[in-house]
Design a binder for this molecule. Sequence first.
Ligand SMILES: [Zn+2]
Ligand SMILES: [Zn+2]
Length: 418
Amino acid sequence: MEKQVSLPRGTKDILPDEVQLWQRIEATAAVIFGRCHCSEIRTPIFEATELYARGIGEATDIVSKEMYTFIDRGERSVTLRPEGTAGVVRAFIQNKMFALPGPQKLWYSGPMFRYERPQAGRQRQFNQIGMEIFGTSSPKADAEAILVSLDIFEALGVQGLEVQINSLGCPDCRGNYRKALVAFFENKKEEYCSDCQSRVELNPLRVLDCKVPACKALNQDAPSIQETLCEGCREHQKELLAFLDSVGTSYRLNPKLVRGLDYYTRTVFEVVSGSLGSQNTLCGGGRYDNLVEECGGPPTPAVGWSFGVERLVMILGGKGNVLPLDLFVASLGEAAERKAFELAHGLRKSGLSVETDFSGGKLDKQIKQAIRLNAKFLLILGEDELARGECLLKNLSERSQGAVPLEGAVEAIAGLVK
Ligand SMILES: [Zn+2]
Ligand SMILES: [Zn+2]
């Protein structure tokens, strides 16, 4: 045999026994998005590199270390999308969707690419589903966005969900918090990890995000952003929480929640699941009132979130779902095989899932194959049956059987199996 070619590091085949769950996740999300009048948008897998440098922020890990960027044959710098929001924002501006009536609600689904060290649940090609609401600064939109994500997870049966909420303030009040943080770090800087030491200079809020245990312990005593919020930001959060209260959704205020991206203003949130033992962030997002303008559009407040499908599949225990099979068609002899082929084709057209024998082997081997495939019904057509002008239909779960005349067999069998 020739040497095999393996898949690229950090990528994964999604095999048939897992794809069932992927389809269920995608279909469930589409239904729930539709219920709040949120439309799907599909943007390109690659965009001009500049979009991400401007839209995500040059200082973020994503842009500085993790992007798949290359020069194409036309000497343009292009990047495989590392996340979904920037492309949707670009499409929103370029297609002048800001001129459409009312807030625009958009959702997307598809592969994203980041050059990271692969580990469990983290790949270089991964899939995200997300939503964005453009054109309203109302905290009601923040609440609706959070509830849509919860509705999707609940409909899929995810257990132990918790919503964590924080506010990162606005450009007016965030500066005050930044100052308070820098003052706090001042005399402890050496005790933090080297990454955090450089974060203090670039973006002190991100120190709160550090997963290093020593940094986490030090951060316990850090000042809370909740105390430095301005009146407007405080009011925004109060109203968001009141909307969540009105539908009985519980949440936890987490003043250490900062998210990895620079563009958030006011609300940030995560949906956390405790169902894999430790707490796992399932979904994250927030408000980004300045991003559309920074990307060249008119001032447009917005809020959005995304979740990683791979992690959700892990939580839902993705494997072992096989495609159900209504009927297996076994036949013996050339003439019978041709008639069986015709029946199978007709039954598929009538809406049944049907598999046939390809081996031409003995009947008992074909029956074993039907049982292995977990078929609900088995149709047998041998030379004797063909001569009598009938076929044999077995219900494999009830272990009952009966003869069906070949004349009008498709309608009769379709009726019996359905
Ligand atoms: Zn503010
Ligand atoms: Zn650290």
